[in-house]
Design a binder for this molecule. Structure first.
Ligand code: ZN
Ligand code: FE
Length: 275
């Protein structure tokens, strides 16, 4: 069959890729797509997603949500006005729009895409917060969509959960393969790195990351995705057991010598809130 101007060959689906859609002041909305179909993660705003779909010739096939905050779900009504697609999201985070409630251990085949995601419960920022993991085994194709749990060199604020819950959630994420790409929902990296540097001025990997990410932001490039390996090497919230970090907290009068790891984590989170 020959394509006519009105009936071109249908677009061929490619391997899934991730498109960065900036929104608001510092949010990233993620479009997972194969050149034909797309699933959006945490559409806090609808219009930038509609624009990105149109510009890239993509059809929306699913919405994936990590938690109930407005900057992550605010665009859902507008998107549903345009296309009725399934809305995947946490079973226990109070999101009325969710049609497919998820909890840890669930695995979904993303509608329209040749791709599976598994679900982790990561309470702390909110109590029902979930994360989506793509464990493809292929380098560059292991992905984590973690909302406001793990950030570049930081972690989300504890609006609902306890330090112990958040520390445990972060430990789950840190246990993912080193090459897992970390697609978090905010560009907070440079501010987080300033805090990390105050805690661990002698961390060489941290110094290199500060240089690289400062260069990226200097030209308005995203620092996200990062990797689990980079986070384990530089993110103080994954390094609460490091003697240098404990020493810095003790020296700042924010932690008693001999405190356990959860207390150290809590002291880190509290200091960051006012840093
Ligand atoms: Zn949030
Ligand atoms: Fe957020």
């Amino acid at each position: 069959m020959t394509p006519s101007p009105t009936q071109p060959f249908p677009k061929q689906a490619a391997k899934p890729a991730v498109l960065t859609v900036p929104a608001f002041k510092d949010n990233y909305l993620w479009l997972i797509h194969d050149g034909v179909h797309a699933a959006v993660v945490d559409p806090g705003d609808g219009q930038p997603i509609l624009d990105a779909l149109r510009e890239n010739g993509l059809t929306l096939t699913a919405i994936l949500l990590t938690h109930h905050h407005a900057d992550h779900i605010g665009g859902v009504p507008l998107l549903l006005e345009h296309t009725r697609v399934p809305v995947f999201g946490p079973a226990n985070d109070g999101i009325a729009a969710v049609t497919h409630p998820l909890k840890e251990g669930d695995r979904i085949d993303v509608p329209g895409l040749d791709m599976a995601l598994s679900v982790l419960d990561v309470p702390g920022h909110t109590l029902g917060h979930i994360a989506y993991v793509r464990a493809s085994g292929t380098p560059g194709a292991n992905w984590l969509f973690c909302g406001d749990t793990l950030f570049g060199a930081g972690c989300g604020r504890l609006f609902e959960g306890t330090p112990a819950q958040m520390a445990q959630s972060l430990a789950k994420l840190a246990a993912l393969p080193d090459d897992t790409l970390v697609y978090c929902a905010h560009e907070y990296t440079l501010s987080n790195l300033r805090f990390a540097e105050a805690l661990e001025p002698g961390n060489k990997a941290l110094q290199l990351r500060i240089e690289a990410d400062s260069r990226a932001r200097g030209t308005h490039l995203p620092t996200i995705p990062s990797t689990i390996a980079a986070e384990k090497a530089t993110n103080p919230f994954l390094r609460a057991a490091e003697p240098a970090i404990v020493d810095s907290l003790v020296a700042a009068g924010r932690l008693a010598r001999g405190a356990d790891e959860v207390a150290t984590f809590a002291a880190l989170r509290e200091w960051k809130n006012v840093f």
